[in-house]
Design a protein around this ligand. Structure first.
Ligand SMILES: Nc1ncnc2c1ncn2[C@@H]1O[C@H](COP(=O)(O)OP(=O)(O)O)[C@@H](O)[C@H]1O
Ligand SMILES: [Mg+2]
Length: 216
């Protein structure tokens, strides 16, 4: 049995009131899991906790073998630069730069080469010379996904990555993300409202009543 990419035990977090408690979760290599749940249930917060961007009130998170509670800033920076990929609903591209320059920034930082097959699969290879401000929302989203995948992350956290895309483009993006996990052994943890997107993952967990439960 291979080592899990992510292991969380008894994770709890509150803001003004308790958001969730006793969350236990494991993600293995090549595995894709969708987290579903109502708006405000804490899905994004949980994703931030799992991906080094927030500390929980209680509980343990082991990401790629590292206990997030005892990592120093340099180790967190290295995980973010080389090993974890984060995809948000609203991409954060550099507007004045071309699509290619945006992707190059990520590959230069991570020491990887730009993967042209990923650009082709995302159907954005012909857009590389365009400034990102001249691209449609869906094209910009796919450039931001290419930027994340080009650094060859070992685990991907995606918060509503298809939320602003039409059905066909959403399917295309899911195909690329799921193929990436199968080809590289990376894990994918994805938050979505969309049942048809969730059903394409290996498993689904629901955040409801302050608990995370696997749906069977
Ligand atoms: N930094 C914060 N400070 C205080 N409350 C927050 C903060 N971030 C999120 N919340 C609250 O926590 C709840 C869960 O938010 P979130 O994790 O974004 O839910 P979801 O992604 O499921 O819609 C919401 O009620 C939100 O207002
Ligand atoms: Mg959210």
């Amino acid at each position: 049995m291979s080592q899990p990419l992510l292991e969380a035990a008894n994770v709890s977090h509150s803001f003004d009131t308790l958001l969730f408690s006793d969350v236990n979760f494991t993600l293995s290599p090549s595995q894709s899991t969708a987290i579903v749940g109502r708006s405000g249930s804490g899905k994004s917060t949980l994703l931030h906790i799992f991906s080094t961007f927030m500390k929980p009130d209680e509980g343990k998170v082991i990401l790629l073998g590292h206990d997030l509670d005892i990592l120093d800033d340099e180790e967190v920076e290295s995980l973010r630069r080389y090993d974890i990929g984060i995809i948000f609903q609203f991409h954060y591209l550099f507007k004045g730069m071309s699509a290619l320059e945006n992707i190059s920034v990520a590959t230069m930082l991570s020491g990887e080469q730009i993967d042209h097959t990923i650009l082709k699969k995302l159907e954005i290879d012909h857009l590389m010379g365009h400034k990102t401000s001249e691209l449609s929302g869906g094209e910009q989203q796919r450039v931001s996904i290419a930027r994340v995948l080009s650094k060859k992350p070992r685990i991907i956290f995606a918060d509503e990555p298809t939320g602003n895309l039409d059905k066909e483009t959403a399917e295309l993006v899911m195909n690329v993300l799921l193929n990436y996990t199968k080809e590289t052994g990376a894990g994918l943890l994805l938050v979505t409202h969309d049942e048809s997107i969730a059903s394409r993952c290996d498993s689904t967990c629901k955040l409801a009543d302050k608990m995370l439960k696997e749906e069977v």
